[in-house]
Design a protein around this ligand. Structure first.
Ligand code: TNX
Length: 555
């Protein structure tokens, strides 16, 4: 006989014990209590002031799965099931994003110093409920239990992020929003959007319409491997196999604003990236005058169009006043859309051949007293640093911006290892760690190539992500506070659609969430593996195409 444990009212209460709930990322302090709280149609949320928006968000979220509305009141209520969310600005012990969540039989309380803290506390409450709360349509039962517990929690790092490359393959507005939800679920708070590259320009710029009418489209795409080195004359991109399928897309400024607002509600900051001086080919395809026209070398087949192949390209922005003016115009429109303090200007993999071979650039360098092309890149980035600083923003770039001298106010994203991060931090600059050996989610997830879809050549297992320590050992401890945190990189050369992005992102993003949120002393990979079994049910409810990592890989 089935359903023998059914309650008299016909509903089927779902019980979760604190040991069975797999909260990801793991809270820093958790004390089991006695009994349970019931969340049902009688539940009332209580919140005032800035807490009201946070409570409304959570109540709305829950009511989708519950199928009944959950009211948010401003004053105390006689209900036996209260969820109170309260901001206490004087309670600063847990920093700007921490929270305390106390679940007792008749009352659940979330207290934080800031709205962001309340939001994170709300995410923990969702994870204390059955995974079905993440489903979009009403389900039975509608009487959920939450185990009594006291959680005192705050993040280890302020920057807990992911970079999404929407250039190599364009991703829809709808998917970007889903991805923001996934970040929020993992208490991650930065989405770095890579908005232009050789293969596409993806953001509308009103002053330069051809960036998207021309720069956002390519007629077909290379099948298979990328060129690794533009000076490799044996790699002839013209001789590769192409798929014959047109690809493209871009976000209008209104769509971008809607994404920024969607992220704001979920306490996710969007950091836009406009790449320079390399990875510039889509822009130069749209406006050839932005490029270097008097160089002698180049891979002719890909030199003028939006690129259809992967790999490092020779095309650079010119280092002329006209090009600087263009880039500043673009950044001006970008700043109007994105409130983020940090504005990313790329700076990576700018092979200097075109600059070296251009008589006009060489003349300019002599005029400016710059001894080599690295010094010119440093001058170039320095100009952008001054411009962004004047507008109250901060320039951030990949660690190549250290070469030739780091711009005065810049922050650095250390991707080629730890050395760039260490050097920048020791000079007093803030750093986000993005070491490819631990954070490149375009790498294979296992050594077994036969069972994995085509990916970038290296391997990055769940364990290797989990064991990442963002503070480099080589960094003198007095500079450790310059390490803001870490982020995952989703380069999309081999991710043709959003399903593949999800597959590459999860569960590795869950591991990185724990790296950036949970104190190192509280981390435990075996325990994480066990919590993942529960977490996968949440991802199922959210229709996420995660990689179903086998238990023995999770130990
Ligand atoms: C290097 S990391 C790049 C990207 C590629 C990636 C592939 C970085 C700053 N640049 O352009 O997509 O490798 O893993």
């Amino acid at each position: 006989m089935k359903h023998t444990d059914q309650a008299p009212n016909g509903r089927n209460p779902v019980r979760t014990s604190p040991t069975a709930v797999g909260i990801v990322p793991k809270p820093n302090h958790i004390t089991d209590g006695e009994g349970e709280f019931h969340l049902n149609a009688a539940t009332v949320f209580i919140a005032t002031g800035d807490a009201h928006a946070e409570a409304s968000y959570l109540a709305d979220y829950l009511s989708h799965a519950a199928g009944f509305p959950l009211p948010v009141h401003e004053t105390e209520d006689a209900s036996d099931s209260i969820v109170e969310m309260r901001i206490d600005p004087s309670d600063t012990r847990r920093g700007s994003e921490g929270y305390r969540l106390t679940v007792t039989p008749r009352r659940t309380e979330i207290v934080a110093a800031t709205p962001a803290g309340l939001f994170h506390g709300g995410q923990t409450l969702l994870q204390l409920l059955p995974p079905t709360v993440y489903g979009a349509s009403p389900i039975e039962p509608q009487d959920w239990t939450v185990p009594c517990v006291e959680i005192d929690d705050s993040p280890r790092f302020a920057w807990r992020g992911a970079m999404l490359d929407v250039t190599r393959h364009f991703l829809s507005v709808e998917f970007v929003k889903k991805f923001i939800d996934l970040l929020a679920l993992h208490k991650m708070n930065v989405l770095h959007l890579h908005l232009n590259d050789d293969q596409g320009w993806r953001i509308e710029i009103k002053k330069y319409p051809k960036l998207t009418t021309i720069g956002a489209y390519r007629p077909e795409t290379l099948v298979g491997r990328a060129m690794q080195d533009p000076s490799d004359r044996d790699f002839d991109p013209c001789q590769q196999e192409f798929d014959g399928v047109p690809h493209g897309g871009f976000y209008t400024q209104d769509e971008m604003r809607a994404i920024v607002e969607y992220a704001r509600v979920r306490h996710v900051q969007i950091v836009p990236e406009i790449e320079m001086p390399g990875h510039a080919q889509a822009a130069v395809a749209a406006y050839p005058e932005l490029g270097v026209s008097d160089h002698t070398e180049g891979v002719t087949c890909i030199a003028t169009d939006v690129s259809q192949v992967w790999g490092i390209h020779p095309t650079l922005f010119n280092a002329s006043e006209e090009t600087f003016a263009f880039l500043q115009d673009v950044l001006t429109e970008v700043m109007e859309i994105f409130p983020s303090r940090d504005i990313h200007v790329g700076g990576d993999e700018a092979v200097k051949t075109q600059w070296r071979e251009s008589p006009s650039i060489q003349a300019r360098m002599r005029e400016l007293g710059l001894e080599d092309e690295h010094a010119l890149q440093s001058y170039f980035i320095g100009r952008m640093d001054t411009f962004l600083t004047q507008h109250g923003r901060r320039l951030i770039g990949w660690d190549e911006i250290l070469e030739g001298g780091l711009a005065q106010n810049a922050a650095v994203m250390s991707w080629r290892g730890e050395a760039g991060g260490v050097a920048a931090a020791e000079k007093g600059h803030d750093v986000v760690m993005a070491d490819h050996k631990h954070t490149y989610f375009d790498y294979y997830q296992s050594e077994d190539r036969s069972s994995e879809p085509l990916a970038f050549s290296n391997t990055l297992t769940l364990a290797t992500v989990y064991h990442y320590e963002p503070i480099p050992e080589a960094l003198a401890p007095e500079f450790a506070h310059h390490i803001l945190g870490a982020q995952a990189q989703l380069w999309t050369e081999y991710m043709p659609d959003s399903k593949q992005v999800e597959y590459m992102a999860l569960p590795r993003l869950a591991a990185l969430a724990e790296v950036t949120w949970t104190d190192a002393a509280h981390k435990d990979f075996t325990d994480f593996g066990e919590r993942l079994s529960v977490h996968f049910r949440r991802l199922d409810a959210l229709h996420v195409n995660y990689r179903p990592t086998h238990f023995d890989e999770r130990k």
